[in-house]
Ligand binder design. Sequence first.
Ligand code: PEP
Length: 251
Amino acid sequence: LPAIQPLVAGNWKMNGTKAALAEVIAISDWIDSAGNTLKADTMICPPATLTMVMAELCSNGKVLIGGQDCHPLASGAHTGDISAEMLADAGASAVILGHSERRSDHAETDNGVRAKVEAAHRAGLTAIVCVGETAGQRGAGLTLPVVARQLEGSIPDAVTAENTIVAYEPVWAIGTGLTPTADDVAEVHAMIREALQKRFDVAGIRMRILYGGSVKGSNAAELMSVANVNGALVGGASLKAADLIQILETY
Ligand code: PEP
């Protein structure tokens, strides 16, 4: 099997107006200057308002564009929601689903996330499916069963290594500056790999598993070198080109 191409995906959350487009231009220019020495794919997931203009700015494909959520249906009477088809039409190639902030702010369940993953696939988008334990669950020794249950429930049965990416994001590590140890990351990613392989065979062996939670330039090299870590989902450190480039430099 060929090596898995890593992915560094930036999640801008509810941040960024037109002025922030300069950051994505700087990232794209840096990738151009790195030529083919960069051994990772790069993606930015802006707020929905910037999707189309960012996709147009990045139409050379050096920076991929993703959404941060989608509705399970293609269209209809759902005020404020955006469908996977709309994201694809705006130029996105992927969508983050089941992020812990969606799970907590909007009471998203594994079943609900799975319906959104199916919608993403229907629209031709790659689903980046987020899983991860809370501090309380980790403290109670429940990390592995919690993550296993989220994986099982949030990912539909028919997936490929191209249309589905898993992001392991311990909730307590998101936006806190805290990270698990490399050994802890290795343990969870090994469990995820085993579960994916068992369920999806070769697709599960080739599927990318990202680590997310306070990744920054100074810890990226260590975290990204852990076995079964195939890239990063980055929040805070993806908002400024200089910070994201420091992470890309580890590839
Ligand atoms: C995230 O929200 O996906 C994330 C990883 O955030 P941060 O990098 O800011 O911890």
